[in-house]
Design a protein around this ligand. Structure first.
Ligand code: SF4
Length: 501
């Protein structure tokens, strides 16, 4: 579950406070920014650290294992708080709400509002209606009415922004619940996307991540198969936008024009997170993923040919139904050949509502576990070797808030390199407080140690490479901190939800 990244001041009396608790992927994290924006537009303010909010919103995920147990566990915890706090409301949205609908209020009758993935914008009205009618409101719609990016948004980070380019997915991967919960792909028009990117940059962001379930099919809906490459190149024309990333690409639809655009556009970062899922063609077929291992490896070759320093990461599923030892060995082979910087490895378990859940030949848990351990061990070895190769390199790190859990103990700061590697770096011992890099600033440091999951750059302690570039994003971060200390955030008005074009 992701938590809010910046602190909020205490809530003035008489004003209703909210908290959004997010489970799941970046899509949900970004949707939660919209939920927060909607609530602030409606006059709610974010609850301070450690305060109990008047409105608690769960933005749920149906992809992860035991998602429903986790949700009902959390709701159960909150029931006594709600009982002792008149006027408190609880809302449940996101993929699990879309899937389970009124089952949620049957299992947890103290929930006030249930809303789905297609009607985020209804949340404030549903809260009002539940309060007025003194009964739970369940509203789930079957297709998108308003493109969510046109809703008010309360961005978590002033220096890095998510921008949706599409929602939904036209694929039918048999393990995935997304298509049935998020619907078919809807693409935003390029002009609208670029206007949002420019607006984010004008507010201080220097990094933007373009977001879609399958960014490589972007444009198919409006008849332009080259639209994603054009979008990347257009981002390259935006002044002060230093870093452009995107997620997720799909190997079946990945075309060379995108590789050319990545290589030719200096602010598109040398990084690719492309899900492989399995290295066995038979399993890819059973997963209904239409590329094969050879095609996947061919894309990696061409990406590295155009961008030799590109860091490539992936997602893998172990133990899909019917996976034999031979299939698993094929995955190990492709992983060894791919030299991923990082892999997010999942043990397959059936998700209710997905075609794969009904397949015969489910692989026994102990076999899945044993294969998983072998795969993780191989990938750890590769990640570590790849990170050791970074030692001695001089990198630009975009300083982040909340990336380094141990920073306080180690007296380091943390951030991301161009290729998205996590870097923990030391500051010169004699650095004045006023010269400390702020989140959003860019530090130049040399890597002194490559660990399996991060890089360390401690040279500044010995007087080696260390410079700081103060950026507009750092200014935006400092300004937001100042505002947070000076006054509670005020509700904003004036942004209107537009219908889909
Ligand atoms: Fe799910 Fe496959 Fe679409 Fe990804 S591409 S969202 S895994 S159906």
């Amino acid at each position: 579950m992701s938590q809010p990244t910046d602190s909020a001041p205490s809530v003035p009396s008489g004003v209703r406070s909210y908290q959004v608790r997010t489970f799941g992927c970046q899509m949900n994290v970004h949707d939660s920014e919209r939920l927060a924006g909607l609530l602030e537009d409606a006059g709610y303010v974010r609850a301070g650290e450690g305060e109990t909010a008047d409105i608690v919103v769960f933005n749920t995920c149906a992809v992860r294992e035991n998602a429903d147990n986790k949700l009902y566990g959390n709701l159960g915890h909150l029931a006594p708080t709600k009982a002792s706090r008149p006027g408190m409301q609880i809302a449940v949205g996101g993929c699990l709400a879309q899937k389970d609908r009124d089952l949620i209020v049957r299992r947890a009758p103290w929930v006030d509002v249930v809303f789905g993935t297609h009607n985020l914008g209804s949340l404030p009205a549903l809260l009002d209606r539940a309060r007025h009618n003194a009964e739970a409101q369940v509203e789930i719609v079957e297709s998108l009415q308003t493109f969510p990016s046109t809703l008010p948004t309360r961005r978590e980070s002033p220096y890095a922004a998510w921008v949706s380019i599409s929602v939904g997915c036209n694929n039918t991967c048999t393990f995935c619940i997304v298509p049935s919960l998020r619907g078919r792909e809807r693409d935003r028009r390029p002009g609208e996307i670029l206007a949002e990117v420019e607006a984010m940059v004008a507010e201080g962001a220097i990094e933007v991540t373009l977001l879609g379930q399958n960014v490589n099919t972007y444009g198919v809906e409006f008849g332009d198969r080259g639209a994603f490459a054009k979008l990347l190149r257009a981002c390259g024309e935006i002044d002060h936008l230093e870093r452009v990333r995107f997620t997720s690409p799909h190997p079946a639809a990945f075309t060379d024009d995108v590789i050319e655009a990545m290589a030719a556009t200096s602010n598109v970062m040398p990084q690719l997170h492309m899900p492989l899922q399995s290295g066995s063609d038979a399993i890819l077929r059973a997963m209904r993923r239409s590329y094969r291992a050879e095609r996947f490896l061919g894309i990696l070759d061409r990406v590295r040919g155009a961008m030799p320093e590109a860091a490539i990461s992936t997602d893998l599923i172990v133990g899909f139904p019917g996976e034999t030892e031979q299939d698993f060995a094929a995955t190990l082979d492709v992983v060894a050949a791919s030299r991923f910087t990082q892999a997010f490895t999942f043990q397959y378990s059936p998700r209710p509502g997905t075609p794969a859940a009904a397949l015969p030949d489910q692989v026994p848990k102990a076999v899945v576990q044993e294969r998983y351990e072998r795969l993780v061990a191989l990938q750890e070895e590769i990640s570590w070797a790849e990170n050791r190769r970074q030692e001695g390199r001089v990198l630009e790190v975009l300083v982040a808030a909340g990336e380094g859990r141990k920073d306080e103990a180690t007296a380091r700061l943390s951030g991301r390199a161009h290729d998205n590697r996590l870097v923990h770096f030391a500051l010169p011992a004699d650095l004045a407080e006023a010269d400390r890099p702020r989140p959003g600033d860019v530090a130049t440091v040399a890597v002194t140690y490559g660990a399996p999951h991060h890089l360390v750059a401690d040279g500044a302690l010995r007087g080696e490479v260390f410079t700081v570039r103060r950026t507009r994003a750092g200014d935006a971060w400092a300004e937001r901190q100042g505002r947070a200390v000076a006054a509670p955030r005020r509700p904003r008005t004036g942004r209107v939800a537009l219908p889909l074009a």
